[in-house]
Design a protein. Structure first.
Length: 269
């Protein structure tokens, strides 16, 4: 009965066509929210509101968070699949407590105050627009590093394939959409998942910049095997840091001296 149901589901979705399949992908992948729970104002954090236009006409909203002292080293923080920057900007400020970098954190289309709806193609365009914003702001490619959290790691690799950057961090990320779908939705018909976008396992083979891959040892959302596989496929120079005791959503609580020391090396050396 189960096999018959899965077969029926595959046939049904294939009949609906590529647009329906892509819409299903996007529904399963992205979980945006519009409501803001806080802003940097509430904590007295120095920041600049930014509005970034994408090549296909969307407007992205985010924050540029300058470091307390003058520096050109800057991270482009690509957040996870849920919530919006009101939940994510503090990840940048926590990094800034240990590492002297500016940070740009911007919502993908459909998140927070950004226009549109998220799609796999769309969020890659969004990342390119964020990068171009930093270039237009006066930062050079050897001053910009990518920090990708969860799905942000996959988006970050797509960006690094298209643009020159100094270094990249993949935090709690996955190998490809098909693999993570199999882990999270084991009964989902794998045959309809296309691997041409957000396929980190394939893209990472062609990335030739310093890379840190890190993962919580107890992550049940994205199993740790994903980072072990990405590390195996990555080119040198590379570093793997496993955070003992950390899950997926609480990983920042387990960042240690080794972690921050390596971030400093990646972003500022």
């Amino acid at each position: 009965m189960k096999k018959a149901f899965v077969l029926f589901a595959i046939i049904f979705i294939l009949i609906l066509g590529d647009n329906m399949i892509e819409a299903l992908h996007n529904t399963l992948i992205f979980a945006p929210t519009r409501e803001f729970i806080t802003t940097p104002d509430t904590e007295g954090i120095n920041y600049e509101e930014v509005f970034i236009k994408t090549e296909d006409g969307e407007t992205l909203y985010g924050y540029f968070l300058p470091y307390k002292d003058k520096t050109k080293n800057t991270i482009l923080y690509l957040h996870g699949n849920a919530d919006n920057i009101s939940s994510w900007y503090t990840a940048c400020t926590e990094i800034q407590k240990k590492v002297p970098v500016n940070a740009l954190v911007v919502d993908y289309r459909g998140y927070g105050k950004s226009t549109g709806s998220p799609t796999r193609i769309g969020v890659i365009k969004d990342a390119v627009a964020m990068y171009d914003f930093l270039i237009e702001k006066g930062y050079s490619n050897n001053e910009i590093s990518i920090y990708g959290r969860s799905i942000g790691g996959a988006i970050g690799l797509e960006l690094a394939k298209r643009k020159e950057v100094k270094s990249i961090v993949l935090q709690s990320s996955f190998t490809c959409i098909k693999d993570i779908a199999k882990d999270i939705y084991p009964i989902f018909p794998q045959a309809i998942i296309k691997n041409d976008l957000l396929n980190s396992a394939q893209i990472i083979k062609g990335i030739e910049i310093p890379i840190l891959i890190s993962h919580g040892a107890l992550d049940e959302t994205v199993p740790i095997k994903h980072s072990h596989k990405l590390f195996e496929l990555a080119n040198e120079p590379k570093k793997l840091i496993i955070l003992e005791g950390a899950g997926h959503n609480d990983v920042a609580s387990f960042f240690n001296k080794e972690y921050f020391d390596f971030l400093k090396k990646l972003f500022t050396a």
